[in-house]
Design a protein around this ligand. Structure first.
Ligand code: DAH
Length: 374
């Protein structure tokens, strides 16, 4: 008698021979196998939930030495009487086929479940928020440059750029500022020692007027954005470097009206349609006549306030009709040509328009300041 298996309490079924059980006809044999099969089905449903239990269950039924199928072979088939042998053999084969099919089906299910579980464990949770990196914005100076460029590009100007290290010729002479001319005094200049001809850091963007006219025949319609340098003592409105936009228009038929119209168009575009323009006589060596362009105060609208020092007007930039002497330096025909020029301080315009009180704020890269101009 084989010992009873704890894992399969139904071992009793096969612990006796069929004869002992009284199964002496093929019908009884069939009924007995049906009972075994029903037990198997019940048990497989119960034990399939957990893989470990299932493995023990499979061994208990199909194990070579003491699995139920082996026991049936030893206890039921082998000792069966010759008349019953065929029926027992057939029933045993049917039972084996049934058990194998169920086990195979279950094996597939268990493997698929294990695969799904592994995938669930390894899956990256894409719903987790990522690392947020702050996105920068364009600096206020860059924004102002782009605004100024937009305004002039719209009326046919194009943008050119030039060197920040200049020769005295382009920075002064060709702009009608000869040596010892007092105009050189108020542009405290950085000279670069040891350079041939005494190179300097350009004090304004005006040299690009000369470089452009040297290179191309009229008509000329350009703006020149860029950095300029002066030996100023730093304070709330001065630094050793700042930004300018130069403008130059030269053609055969440009009049003072064109100059004034362009300036007024610019002021309206930059400060709003209500802003008015005023030209005040001034002096620059490379323009004649020269003017300071003023606009009605953008804070009080012209009635007078602290920002405009109660004058109602704000000084914007210098400008004028190109001095004929300048054409002589670039071999332009001064008798046939005329034009106007202007030079704006971009930092000044940005501070004025956006209410920035201290120039250094523009260069300290403090995000609390920069964030205010998204
Ligand atoms: N270059 C001058 C400066 O830096 C500004 C200026 C004034 C430029 C009048 C011009 C102009 O083109 O016409 O102070």
């Amino acid at each position: 008698m084989p010992p009873r298996l704890k894992t399969v309490p139904d071992k009793w079924i096969v612990e006796q021979t069929l004869a002992d059980l009284g199964d002496t006809t093929p019908e009884r044999v069939e009924a007995r196998f049906a009972e075994v099969r029903q037990r198997f089905d019940e048990q497989s449903a119960i034990h399939s939930a957990d893989p470990e239990t299932w493995r023990t269950f499979v061994v208990a039924w199909t194990g070579r030495k003491s699995g139920v199928l082996s026991l049936i072979t030893d206890h039921w088939l082998k000792p069966a009487s010759p008349e019953l042998k065929r029926a027992v053999g057939q029933e045993l084969n049917k039972l084996k086929a049934h058990i194998e099919a169920v086990l195979e089906q279950k094996r597939i299910e268990i493997e698929a479940a294990a695969e799904r579980a592994a995938q669930a464990r390894e899956r990256i949770d894409l719903s987790l928020p990522g690392i947020e990196r702050a996105t920068g914005t364009r600096h206020l100076i860059r924004q102002t440059f782009e605004e100024l460029e937009r305004i002039f590009l719209a009326i046919g100007f194009s943008v050119v750029q030039g060197p920040e290290i200049e020769s005295p010729y382009y920075n002064f002479e060709a702009l009608n500022i000869p040596e010892h001319h007092p105009a050189r005094d108020n542009m405290d200049t950085f000279y670069i020692e040891g350079t041939r001809g005494g190179r300097l850091l350009r004090t304004h963007t005006s040299p690009m007027q000369i470089r452009t006219m040297e290179k191309q025949p009229p008509p000329v319609r350009i703006i020149v954005p860029g950095k300029v340098y002066r030996r100023d003592n730093p304070d709330a409105t001065h630094g050793y470097m700042f930004h300018q936009i130069e403008g130059l228009a030269v053609d055969t038929d440009i009049t003072f009206c064109d100059f004034k119209g362009t300036v007024e168009y610019f002021v309206r575009e930059f400060l709003g349609p209500k802003a008015k323009t005023r030209l005040r006589p001034s002096y620059f060596p490379f323009t004649e006549p020269s003017a300071e362009v003023d606009a009605t105060c953008h804070v009080c609208g012209g009635s007078g306030c602290r920002v405009c020092k109660f004058s109602g007007w704000i000084e914007l930039f210098g400008a004028g009709m190109v001095d004929p002497a300048v054409y002589g330096f670039v071999k332009y025909d001064a008798k046939k040509l005329s034009g106007f020029a202007f030079g704006m301080g971009v930092d000044r315009l940005a501070m004025m328009k956006y209410g920035v009180s201290e120039l250094p704020l523009l260069y300290q890269n403090d995000v609390r300041f920069l964030r205010q101009f998204p």
